[in-house]
Write a protein that binds this ligand. Sequence first.
Ligand SMILES: [Cu+2]
Length: 73
Amino acid sequence: MSTAATTTATVTVTGMTCGCCANSVRDEIGRVPGVTAVAVDLTDGTVTVDSAAQLQPDVIATAVVRAGYAVAD
Ligand SMILES: [Cu+2]
């Protein structure tokens, strides 16, 4: 077990259809302060975000919108 204090959040993103969509979302979320890793699953449309501290959910949603996509409820 790692002792690193990492928080993981998973969001469902709508509208991603290919690898470049995934890259756009990954880049935007990756710019959010505190984010340490972003993993996009195109099949599920889910994005898993690791961060050093707890993020507000709307911070991720805002980054997704900035990339041109939307977070599903
Ligand atoms: Cu695309």
